[in-house]
Design a protein around this ligand. Structure first.
Ligand code: SF4
Length: 150
């Protein structure tokens, strides 16, 4: 399972397949990370610096995060994509096609001036999260998505 959480500052990625429940997150910052609650991550409950430090303790890579850099990422089902916007300007997208009921991620791209900000990962996770919420399988055709989901 892939899920996104966040506040105005950061986006948090959680990959349940990598989570080994070492509970470093729960121990270090229980106000944000609480596996008895839904959603189990509540970023609004602590300062960003504390959350960032806690995520750095995760021993498995199940948790990771990036700064948002004021870039908004949204899911646009009507366009078969997730999209990243700097204000009103489209600066990245992750496109999928529907194949036998699965979503095949065929293209992920962010304009070069916004590279290195983790936007592509936000785009891929957004598509995967939406697919998983619908019980739909994901086929990572594009090499970047395959790397992220590998
Ligand atoms: S620290 Fe990482 S591996 Fe451990 S419970 Fe938290 S997310 Fe899972």
């Amino acid at each position: 399972m892939h899920r996104l959480y966040g506040n105005d500052d950061i986006t948090i990625f959680w990959d349940s397949d990598r989570c080994r429940h070492a509970k470093k997150c729960v121990t270090n910052c229980p106000e944000v990370f609480d596996i008895t609650r839904k959603p189990w991550i509540k970023p609004e409950n602590a300062a960003t610096a504390k959350i960032w430090q806690t995520i750095s303790l995760c021993p498995t890579g199940a948790l990771s995060c990036v700064y948002n850099h004021d870039i908004k990422v949204v899911f646009e089902e009507e366009n078969f994509r997730s999209a990243a916007y700097d204000g009103d300007v489209l600066i990245g997208e992750c496109d999928y096609t529907v194949n036998d009921g699965n979503w095949a991620i065929v293209h992920t791209e962010v304009v070069s001036e916004h590279g290195g900000k983790g936007i592509a990962k936000r785009l891929v996770f957004t598509v995967v999260e939406e697919a998983e919420k619908r019980g739909t399988g994901v086929i990572p055709v594009c090499s970047y998505a395959a790397k992220i989901l590998g």
